[in-house]
Design a protein around this ligand. Structure first.
Ligand code: FAD
Length: 292
């Protein structure tokens, strides 16, 4: 099923994100144990990230997305970046995904790595979206940034680019992580006013430790509201308490989003089923109420 059809059929969509373990670690099997544990959360779909740098040969995104769909019977979304790919690379990947029965792609530009010169075929995600749309075999999702993408001069310009991407063929959006729901509500108002009508999943990442969150925030530009900053400072040297506080923060954030009629939650599970399950237990009632 295409993801946008899921949003047409269900009042609320709950999804998870995982990343492939490094192939070199020889630990590919561990991801299947992770997935089996995550299935206890009854996700509507699971998305699988695409390694930064976009090395197709060393990439297990397709294999994992295919197993989620074909072995576990859960819809999957394969992330696909394009900045380091040629048109031929993308054509090979699309065939591989189609033959593996993966129906949905999260089409991304990818971050520009100073050590890997970008190829010239795809400047932006919308260039990739056009190619996948022309191919015609996949549901296409895209990324969006409630606090503005770090390279855009301002949010209005970023939203204008987002509109181009949606017009090129994106039928579902997943947001970058954010910690302040008011920022998301304001973003949704702005994109709807700009004529972007596709369903939006709110991307939620639980805080695991101070270093991880500071790294993520410096990479993606998300701001830390005072309430969260206080927790990070209070439990700076107490990892277990910080983890519990981070889980509670994510639960409160998600319950508030659901109460404000968000269409979908995309939980960045970080391949950590224990944390994801603790969050799920805290939001299960709110999800059930919403699903009716
Ligand atoms: P785009 O939509 O192309 O936007 C990138 C920048 O270009 C923005 O500033 C935008 O305003 C600007 N822009 C767009 N069109 C134009 C135009 N016509 N003219 C001028 N400027 C323009 N990275 C990975 O490597 N692997 C992953 O699996 C992965 N998963 C992700 C999942 C989600 C939900 C999100 C939100 C991000 C993910 N990323 C992933 C990170 C993503 O690759 C980076 O954020 C990247 O920098 C931008 O990708 P994009 O697809 O949003 O780019």
């Amino acid at each position: 099923m295409f993801i946008h059809q899921m949003f047409e059929e269900k009042p609320f969509v709950f999804s998870l994100e995982i990343f492939p373990p490094k192939k070199k670690s020889g630990n590919i099997q561990s991801i299947y144990q992770t997935i089996e544990a995550l299935l206890n959360m009854h996700p509507d779909f699971i998305s699988v990230t695409f390694g930064a740098g976009g090395n197709l040969a060393d990439n297990s995104t397709c294999e994992i997305a295919s197993t989620i769909k074909n072995k576990y019977g859960v819809e999957s979304v394969a992330h696909l970046t394009c900045v380091n790919s040629s048109r031929e690379d993308v054509a090979v990947m699309l065939d591989r995904l189609y033959q593996s029965n993966v129906q949905n792609i999260l089409a991304l530009r990818g971050d520009i790595n100073p050590d890997i010169p970008p190829k010239k075929d795809f400047l932006y995600a919308s260039d990739l979206v056009r190619v996948i749309k022309q191919d015609g075999r996949f549901g296409i999702s895209g990324g969006c940034y409630p606090e503005c993408h770090c390279e855009a001069p301002d949010l209005e310009t970023d939203i204008a680019h987002l509109k181009e991407k949606v017009d090129a063929g994106v039928s579902h959006l997943v947001s970058q992580l954010f910690f302040d729901n008011d920022i998301m509500f304001s973003f949704l108002e702005k994109i709807r006013a700009a004529g972007i009508t596709v369903p939006v999943d709110a991307g939620i990442m639980p805080v695991a430790n101070k270093g991880q969150i500071e790294r993520m925030v410096s990479m993606c530009g998300a701001s830390i509201p005072p309430k969260l900053a206080k927790l990070l400072n209070r439990y700076e040297h107490d990892e277990l308490s910080l983890k519990s506080a981070g889980i509670d923060y994510a639960i409160a954030q998600i319950v508030d989003l659901i109460e404000h009629d968000i269409q979908g939650i995309h939980l960045y599970s970080m391949n950590n089923p224990d944390v994801a399950m603790r969050i799920y237990n805290g939001i299960e009632q709110a999800i059930k109420r919403r699903r009716g």
